[in-house]
Write a protein that binds this ligand. Sequence first.
Ligand SMILES: Cc1ncc(COP(=O)(O)O)c(C=O)c1O
Length: 444
Amino acid sequence: MDQIFNLIELEEKRQEETLMMIPSENYTYPEVMKAVGSCLMQKYAEGYPKRRYYQGNEVVDEVEDLCRNRALEAFGLDGEKYHANVQPHSGCEANLGVYNTILNPGDKILAMYLPDGGHLSHGWKWKEEKTTFVSKVFETEFYRVNPKTNLFDYDEIEKLAMEYKPKLIISGGTAYAREIDYKRMREIAKKVGAYYLADVSHEAGLIAAGVCRSPFEFADFVSMTTHKTLRGPRGAMVICKKELGHQLDMAIMPGLQGGPHMHSIAGIAVALEKTKSEEFKEYARQTVRNAKKLAEVLMEKGYEVVSGGTDKHLVLLDLRKKDGAAFDKSTSSRGWFVAWALEYAGIIMNRNTVPNDSGSPFYPSGLRMGTPAITTRGMKEGEMEKIGNWLDEIVQIVGKRELPEDAEVRKAYLAQFKEEMRLNKRIGEIGEEVRELCKKFPVG
Ligand SMILES: Cc1ncc(COP(=O)(O)O)c(C=O)c1O
């Protein structure tokens, strides 16, 4: 057998035996896997239904039309007023497609500050270092969360928008656990004559289920990935007001991409159909209940949950503080240490920056965790309590760790830390308990 298939089997086992708690991951449906692994991947279909550049598209035209219609239906949108493009290969391309629709090089974008929870694709740059292609092509500026509440500060966003005068304002990100006031964002954009893009990559499934607020009435464009709370395959979509639809299509193809991935589009269509079921709506509700429970358990133990809770599927912990204790140097970068120790126990979360992080993006002070995948497995509040207890035990085992400044010393120290965690008796036992729990909630 090709070694790749051995590796796939190993990955399948890893996904079965660990707690997948990265908020942007999920287990998709067997039907989605079937569609994505189908003969549709062999078809080139540059263009759009009934306007293709190649022959032989009568079937894939229907696939794409079904997917576009289902996208609008999933969010309760009127086909007379809204338009869906389901071709972006991923979330980054979906956002590029929006920029290519309305912006010219040098135009200004105002988006959420990455270390506060924004996303790279919104034009991240670090000081004057233009880290992303978007920041090289456009001018980008960022708004931050309120330093006291860690929530969006709409008055500050408005003030900044009035000064900066962007052509596009973006909301959405990867680590903001609270609802966004889309109406207020729309008002701010309108006041400065900007377009408004709501990137709902994380919460798309929760919006489809009616569990989170819907941005469609307020945003000119809504972009999303399809593989997170939506439970589809990797892929993305943009939905916009009808009048911008043709421009958006042209901006994505030929503007940005070649042939659409018809197999992914078919998979997205399958996942979108599922969002209509009561089962999916209950799944989305349970995902949020689980995240709230996890936040509650951790707060009861004295942990600092950023913004004091969650409205969605994710929880962000600031590991610098516990029981209100003041921050000291040894708790900076703690996210790195804790995420590795958790991995040795089969609990897969990710280290993350937190607002006003004293660590760096690679060695941040926070920990981000999500409930979409474990809820797909059927876990509920009781299991969240167990996970909260394990997490607390592991943070205590990790204890105080100071990241050495010298690169060579740091390398040796981190390697030794990982070995210590891998061999830790209690972490090994927790790993066994995690595997037992996973057995009770089989995947698929
Ligand atoms: C808010 C947001 N936008 C865009 C993306 C980019 O998606 P992709 O990784 O599919 O390019 C992500 C992915 O995590 C995201 O969270």
